[in-house]
Design a protein around this ligand. Sequence first.
Ligand SMILES: Cc1cc2nc3c(=O)[nH]c(=O)nc-3n(C[C@H](O)[C@H](O)[C@H](O)COP(=O)(O)OP(=O)(O)OC[C@H]3O[C@@H](n4cnc5c(N)ncnc54)[C@H](O)[C@@H]3O)c2cc1C
Length: 449
Amino acid sequence: MIHRRAVTTHVHGTAARIGWFLLYLEALLVPLALTWLSLGPQELNLGEAVAMSLGLVAFSALVVAVILPARVSPLIAAFGIETILRIHRSIAKAAVVLVWLHLVAVLMEDPRGFAIFDLAHTTWAARAATCSTVALFLMVGLAITRSRRQPRYEGWRLVHNALAWIVLLTAWLHVWWLRHLISKPLLAAWFFGTGLLVAALTVRRWLWLPLRARRRSYLLEEVRREPGDGVTLTIRADRHHGVPFNAGQFAWLKFGSTAFVFEEHPFSITSTAVRPHLKQFTIKALGDFTELLSALRPGRRVFLDGPYGGFTIEGHNGASGFIMIAAGVGITPMLSMLRTLADRRDCRRHWLIVAARTVEELMLRPEIEEVRNRLNLKVVEVISKPGPDWIGETGRISGDLLARYLPRNPGRLNYFLCGPAPMVHAVSHDLAARGIPLRRIHTERFGAV
Ligand SMILES: Cc1cc2nc3c(=O)[nH]c(=O)nc-3n(C[C@H](O)[C@H](O)[C@H](O)COP(=O)(O)OP(=O)(O)OC[C@H]3O[C@@H](n4cnc5c(N)ncnc54)[C@H](O)[C@@H]3O)c2cc1C
């Protein structure tokens, strides 16, 4: 089995800090420094230099915004998928502002003024820029109104990706047709380098990853209904040893005759990392894809893109124990961690605090009971809408409840939180208030996409 180096989902880790630094460096300083080195003061006046610098930084920000969600494993492991997407959105917003400023600067500087938008008579460089800007503003408009319009996720994703590629390609062509930048060797190297990087990541994302998933496909072995609108899928590696993963990680799942189908959804693996050839996923029916899963027949071919994520117990060998706090279907990565610990005969003390609205909605109870018998594990169930027979904890996971069950001296314990964003946020806050260092608090939110 492969044990990868530990990573946390928090942006406080060293890898994350270096990642942030490199991203900003690439986005901001590199193109500016190269422009400065390449162009002498006599080549541009101040207005032209400002317009060009804004354009280059905007282009660079667009490249970073496209690279971030391109499924680069170390990046997802270092930041966590939710942080990656948050940075992606912030950088995209910054790019929009920079494009606006670039446009204003060009209009102030270019003697042709608004005539550059006359597509019939303007240059190819200006046509490409107009196309890129329109696609960018359209993309941002659709993203901003998404929560109000509630489009089908797959349709939205398709349009978003298509527009992103139009924005980047036409921005690239704009610089290419302007010519004066790529005539400078340093700027040309940066420009072609970024183009090549994006092209390579695109080929990897849309060709190599599906091909790899096809080579290491799985067959659906069992479909088991779970209480509370859930289903557990068991899949077995088809003629390979199973893709190794770290307990707590997730993968994108696809069903169909080919690994190139567009529809795919991320789910945490719930089975033990000790037997990667046999994987399980427990999935709650929430929408059009997840509602269909209980009707699947064993024998279906399943393609997996993954594993991804840094929400894992691996690498915390110095930890004195793990405290896992989950709500609803957020129990899934925890079960994988607990099963893995049990299979490794881990003898440290662990805690699992799990919350649901009703007892019926508590997921995977028999499986948790099974690992509890094999581990030194304290399980606390918290029900927010209890029936008359419930004698356990009620309400929400609060600072008060944590104080009653968790050890007073946190020592070298590590905390894993998974569930709806408000719960993760509130409990992280409670833990921080108890003096737990942020680097020991690891979080995953399923609804962050
Ligand atoms: C890292 C991670 C791990 C997850 N693990 C689990 C798990 O173990 N069990 C479980 O039940 N759920 C899990 N989820 C949530 C699960 O991915 C969504 O519930 C599922 O994709 C919903 O799809 P749908 O078409 O049925 O619902 P829809 O109504 O179409 O979607 C509901 C919401 O789910 C999200 N979503 C939908 N499709 C995708 C997609 N292709 N990629 C990313 N997000 C999407 C969007 O936010 C969307 O608004 C996880 C999510 C993430 C990000």
